[in-house]
Ligand binder design. Structure first.
Ligand code: NAD
Ligand code: DAU
Length: 334
């Protein structure tokens, strides 16, 4: 399959490119990425001779038209992805997540190219800590942040282009990913790299918010299952039954670094902070036969810690600016 992978220099996109080359060596891959602060071309260094890299913007209609005309499928990862940034400056989220998706949809419509849209469980809003129901394919959309609102908008564009123009699209909404090549602004890499630097981890609010963790490789094997066997027009939720509150995750990291269990700080909470996400991935598992391979979060986390220890040259250049960004967004110890 000739693939166009947008956002392939970001966290999940780069892991997708690595997995694809390992598991589907017959594929040819073009990566389209504008290398924002979150994109890093060196994440693709190990596979540089196996891909074509195009430095460009998904909202560039002419460029996208030309690239889409030469492929069999588009897998669309590119996005502004960080909630905290969306609260500070929503405009790039509107431009990339909504206008950028529009630009891709127009091109796949014109050339009748298969399209898979990567989305998030955050479009469904949040759950109470005790809600017995988890998010599923029929859960109504109820986004909380500018980030999740723009992702929800882009999902709606995909649904409309499928119904009205016959675009051959699928959508997946996945929970929180962890693993190698994740930007140090995100929760797990931020705390790992803080601990490597001898800084106490930072928990927003009371640290009771729950996220449903999945290893990035499990996300990407699910994307391949949908790409190969998914029903056109269908949404699939991707999750690996990995619910944990943020305090527990920090506790596991402190244990991994041999530090006392109370060696962390509570800091300013995120405005509108979603309390809990939880995914019911029954449809994906029963219809497409997908199962996650990383059942044990503790060992996946230990491997991720080891990756950050071994790859300091990858994350170090962004660490100071990221921490400065948190200071300028008003983060304070409680
Ligand atoms: P990321 O921020 O690490 O990477 C985003 C990539 O997109 C970067 O390489 C960036 O340079 C590129 N990009 C941004 N704007 C662009 C533009 N206008 N044109 C071209 N490239 C552009 O993000 P991520 O965490 O890898 O997330 C990838 C996708 O997965 C996003 O769509 C996100 O909404 C979704 N998602 C993420 C998670 C998660 O836990 N990280 C979970 C579910 C869904
Ligand atoms: O659920 C999927 C989503 O997961 C994706 O759509 C987003 O792109 C991705 O960024 C992620 O969103 P979150 O907001 O859940 O991830 P983040 O890593 O920013 O935060 C995870 C949790 O940890 C959240 O409850 C906020 C909290 N947190 C975060 C940081 C950076 C802290 O307590 N301390 C921190 O320093």
């Amino acid at each position: 399959m000739r693939l166009l992978v947008t956002g392939g220099a970001g966290f999940i996109g780069a892991n997708f490119v690595h997995r694809t080359i390992a598991d589907h060596p017959e594929s040819t891959i073009t990566v389209l990425d504008s290398l924002t602060y979150a994109g890093d071309r060196t994440s693709l260094d190990p596979v540089a001779d196996r891909i074509d890299f195009v430095h460009g913007d998904i909202a560039d209609l002419d460029l996208v038209d030309e690239l889409v005309s030469g492929v069999d499928a588009v897998v669309h990862f590119a996005a502004e992805s960080h909630n905290d940034n969306s609260l500070n400056d929503p405009w790039p989220f509107v431009q990339t997540n909504i206008v950028g998706t529009f630009s891709l949809l127009q091109a796949v419509r014109r050339y009748d190219v298969r399209y898979h849209h990567i989305s998030t469980d955050e479009v469904y809003g949040d759950l109470s800590l005790t809600d017995p129901e988890r998010f599923h394919e029929q859960t109504p959309y109820n986004p909380s942040s500018p980030y999740s609102a723009t992702k929800a908008s882009s999902d709606m564009l995909v649904r409309a282009w499928t119904r009205s123009f016959g675009v051959r699209a699928t959508i997946s909404n996945c929970s929180n990913n962890y693993g190698p090549y994740q930007h140090v602004e995100k929760f797990i890499p931020r705390q790992i790299t803080n601990l490597i630097d001898g800084i106490r981890p930072r928990l927003y609010g009371e640290g009771r918010n729950v996220r449903d963790w999945i290893h990035v490789d499990d996300h990407n094997t699910a994307v391949w299952a949908i790409l190969e066997r998914g029903r056109i027009g269908q949404t699939y939720l991707i999750g690996a039954d990995g619910e944990l509150d943020n305090r527990t995750v920090v506790g596991l990291l402190l244990e991994e670094f041999g530090r006392p269990a109370d060696d962390f700080d509570f800091v300013t909470d995120r405005a509108g902070h979603d309390l809990r996400y939880a995914i019911d991935s029954t449809l994906l598992r029963t219809e497409l036969g997908w199962t996650p391979q990383y059942g044990d979060f503790r060992s996946g986390l230990a491997a991720t810690v080891q990756w950050y220890r071994d790859n300091e040259s990858w994350w170090r250049p962004r660490k100071a600016a990221t921490e400065q960004m948190y200071v300028s967004q008003g983060e304070k110890r409680l």
